[in-house]
Ligand binder design. Structure first.
Ligand code: ZN
Length: 347
């Protein structure tokens, strides 16, 4: 379940030693008249959503732990991360077990603030991508062949952690973050609430733009194959058939077996999928192999999807909204659709 538990404690133990003696004092100190709020956010997505709620609020400091293209599943916190966490008043996390490394990091840092869990109020899905198709295509396979895939797909006890991929979930997360920050910093309450309201209006426009464009494609042609099993909430929201994933697991560091690769190639051919999408934060190698075997297009490089990580500053996916627009635009193109113009507040 926690594959990296051998590596992390060793790293954290030394960092904890370096921190001892100062962390307790930092945490116990009173907030300077609600003008000094230290926030740490784990993933690129929750950090971006939090940043939009903070806006220009004064006296608020945000530290983002995971940087673009680092894996949220298997992140190794640095000593600087633990120092920031130990000094934080508020920690914003994705939840649903995505941050497998977090319990150790919290223990090592001495963090004693308030945790805002982005999965609050979200309906968590247990089902992986393409499970229906995999069953169709692999009825003849033995139980032994199925066992590793099943174990991987349920590596996260709490279900599918990729909740942000559904824009409605992002709206709920923004509300959860806003409620948490308002409680932590009453002095900035009206600023947080105004920012959240303006940003949520943009998210509503984002959802409408994606839905309107996806709706121009017949449902039977809305087929998706991605790099790992991370777009279940997105595909459910827009009635897209998630045929399968190169890595048939919620975790991005799993490896597909030869049988799983064969099954995906067969599913692509059987369903008429036209493209395999790689992810910007993952190697496109296996996706390219599968696309070649199945005789379909592979989207990689600048045309890869932003899924587990937003892109670096200046890239097409350096914010949550831009990443969603990038992903939806490429999917629409793969289905032969030229997307409509963006509303002004999304440009
Ligand atoms: Zn993932």
């Amino acid at each position: 379940m926690h594959k990296r538990s051998f590596i992390v404690p060793a790293l954290l133990a030394s960092a904890a030693l370096a921190l001892s003696g100062c962390s307790a004092g930092t945490i116990a100190s009173a907030d300077g008249a609600a003008t000094d709020l230290k926030i740490v956010a784990t993933t690129t997505q929750v950090a971006d959503l939090t940043r939009n709620v903070i806006g220009t609020a004064s006296g608020v400091d945000l530290t983002q732990l995971i940087q673009p293209n680092q894996s949220a599943h298997s992140y190794d916190p640095s000593a600087a991360d633990l120092t920031a966490l130990g000094a934080a008043d508020v920690l914003v996390i994705n939840g649903v077990g995505l941050e497998e490394w977090l319990d150790d990091a919290i223990a090592a840092s001495g963090f004693d603030g308030v945790t805002i869990d982005a999965d609050t109020g979200i309906t968590i899905s247990e089902v992986g991508a393409g499970e229906d198709h995999a069953a169709d295509e692999t009825d003849a396979r033995t139980d032994e062949a199925d066992a590793p895939a099943t174990a991987d797909a349920h590596a996260h006890d709490g279900g599918d952690p990729h909740i942000w991929t559904d824009v409605h979930n992002a709206e709920t997360i923004v509300q959860t973050i806003t409620d948490g920050l308002v409680t932590a910093d009453q002095g900035n309450a009206s600023v947080f609430e105004a920012n959240a309201s303006a940003y949520t209006a943009r998210l509503t426009d984002l959802d409408e733009w994606i839905r309107t464009n996806v709706d121009t494609v017949p449902e039977s042609e809305r087929l998706l194959v991605s790099n790992h099993d991370a777009l279940g909430y997105f595909t459910a929201a827009y009635h897209i058939d998630y045929v399968g994933s190169v890595i048939p697991s919620f975790d991005d560091n799993a490896e597909p077996s030869a049988a799983e690769i064969d099954a995906l190639v067969a599913a692509i051919k059987a369903t008429g999928v036209t493209a395999v999408f790689s992810e910007a934060s993952l190697s496109p190698k296996t996706a390219e192999t599968i696309a070649t075997e199945a005789g379909v297009t592979v989207y990689s490089g600048d045309d890869a999807l932003y899924v587990d990580s937003l892109g670096p500053t200046g890239s097409a996916g350096d914010t949550y909204i831009k990443a969603q627009l990038h992903n939806a635009t490429l999917m629409l193109e793969s289905w032969g659709v030229t997307p409509s113009a963006l509303p002004a507040d999304l440009q």
